[in-house]
Design a protein around this ligand. Structure first.
Ligand SMILES: Cc1cc2nc3c(=O)[nH]c(=O)nc-3n(C[C@H](O)[C@H](O)[C@H](O)COP(=O)(O)OP(=O)(O)OC[C@H]3O[C@@H](n4cnc5c(N)ncnc54)[C@H](O)[C@@H]3O)c2cc1C
Length: 417
């Protein structure tokens, strides 16, 4: 049975891996000249089931208004009245109720926990290495209000059995000693013990080698134009290099899945939410992070990836724009300077930007469609690295007709109807 995976980001590539292991004849098509050259290239490196939560949460609309007026704010919205952006923000607003938050969060945590376990299995099975670490994630609170607000999150973590530790500043230093020169800035922390870290790009390079050995065919430098559907069944993918026929097609084109699907009347409410990262070599490891620290004031994650520090953050709603203006990187630079100035030389930093394929409810879209043979694994937003192995294992089970290990009903596109 021939399956074509559209998109060689981390989501498409992991899907290809799980599909070929099930015995499918797998082809991956991508416009780039290799794997993970778009959003999966330089993310924050967190594999974070403990931090999996929708951005649409009670209280966010008010916070968003405040953020729009601050210099180092986690959210930026371009002023142009783009209809798609306004419609998407409206859908996100509807998801900001307590009830919607609880439903969305429990779906996301279940998938992310399953995904982390799949990472562990994959490491055992194929010995894959990707500057990975298993040191957890430490949220840092600069204000008493943040410590108080975390009590609500702690209740949810307890209810979902997510291992965590509440930390005093002294206890923060036990897990992240590199913060010693600046520990007075913090009132407390919350550690998500089971979270992991790793370089998504390195992972994809390594996983591609395994996929090559397992017989996956890669077609790079091919632009996908549209899907050919006949009699309710997907027949082929039309590209700039001709039509390719398959029995099944899986769409994993990140932020670009939406346009392809709207052509055939499948509405997937994904909007490209832009983010920025910097990567800088560590010059003194005693002043570098051990794992991930998340500065809650700026919503910037700073992660140790082998001999480098990766920092990432900012959510910018500005269409498919991939410009990299210096002013937008000031917040991530500011946080690294503020926390780990003695551990790196920021003049050596490489900057990057990418588009998170975000759904308004935070949960990816994983499952079948009403078109026979057409499947989706897309819309992973802020957590595609965290959830990739889990959602890939789920979609491989669905395409094979096998029972999924976790409940996958709510993950399909049908939930938007
Ligand atoms: C700043 C930032 C920080 C992040 N930090 C984290 C983190 O710490 N942890 C985490 O879990 N997640 C994080 N994420 C999110 C994560 O990186 C994404 O969810 C994930 O990379 C999405 O993977 P994808 O495969 O769906 O998309 P992509 O990696 O974008 O892959 C889509 C592929 O489709 C191809 N494609 C698209 N259109 C076409 C076409 N017409 N023809 C041919 N090919 C096409 C592209 O070339 C691309 O290779 C972060 C994202 C950003 C931007």
């Amino acid at each position: 049975m021939r399956v074509c995976v559209l998109g060689a980001g981390v989501v498409g590539l992991t899907s290809a891996y799980y599909l070929v292991k099930k015995g499918f004849d797998v082809t991956v098509i991508d416009r780039q000249e290799g794997v993970a050259l778009e959003t999966s290239f330089a993310n924050a490196g967190q594999i974070s089931p403990g931090y999996s939560a929708p951005w649409a949460a009670p209280g966010i609309p008010l916070k968003a208004i405040k953020w729009l007026m601050q210099k180092h704010a986690p959210l930026k919205v371009s002023a142009d009245p783009e209809l798609k952006k306004i419609a998407w923000m409206g859908k996100m607003l509807i998801n900001c109720t307590e009830k919607a938050y609880d439903v969305n969060k429990s779906r996301m945590v279940a998938l992310a926990e399953y995904s982390r376990d799949q990472f562990i299995t994959m490491r055992k099975d194929i010995g894959i290495k990707y500057d990975d670490g298993q040191g957890g994630l430490t949220q840092l609170f600069r204000k008493d209000e943040q410590v108080e607000a975390s009590e609500k999150d702690i209740k949810v973590l307890k209810a979902l059995n997510v291992p965590h530790q509440v930390l005093t500043p002294a206890q923060i230093l036990e897990v992240e000693p590199g913060l010693a020169p600046v520990i007075d800035k913090f009132k407390g922390g919350l550690r998500l013990v089971g979270d992991e870290t790793g370089d998504c790009f390195v992972f994809c390079q390594e996983l591609k080698k395994h996929c090559d050995e397992l017989g996956v065919t890669f077609k790079f430098g091919v632009a996908i134009e549209r899907l050919v559907v006949e009699g309710g069944k997907v027949r082929a993918v039309k590209t700039d290099q001709g039509d390719f026929e398959f029995d099944n097609i899986l769409v994993s084109m990140g932020s670009y899945s939406k346009e392809l699907l709207s052509d055939i009347d499948i509405s997937v409410p994904v909007y490209p939410v832009k983010g920025y990262s910097l990567t800088v070599p560590i010059t003194d490891s005693q002043f570098a992070p051990v794992s991930t620290v998340m500065d809650e004031t700026y919503k910037v994650a700073v992660t140790r990836l082998g001999g480098r520090i990766r920092a990432a953050g900012t959510a910018e709603l500005n269409g498919y724009n991939l410009d990299l203006p210096k002013v937008r990187t000031e917040t991530i630079t500011h946080v690294v300077h503020d926390l780990f100035d003695q551990g790196c030389d920021l003049s050596e930093a490489d900057y990057w930007t990418g588009l998170r394929p975000m759904t308004p409810d935070g949960t990816p879209v994983v499952g079948r469609t009403h078109i026979d043979g057409l499947y989706l694994n897309t819309g992973h937003g802020t957590l595609g690295w965290t959830m990739c192995c889990g959602s890939a294992a789920v979609i491989a089970d669905i395409i094979s007709g096998d029972k999924t290990d976790i409940d996958s009903q709510d993950l399909s596109v049908r939930r938007y109807k």
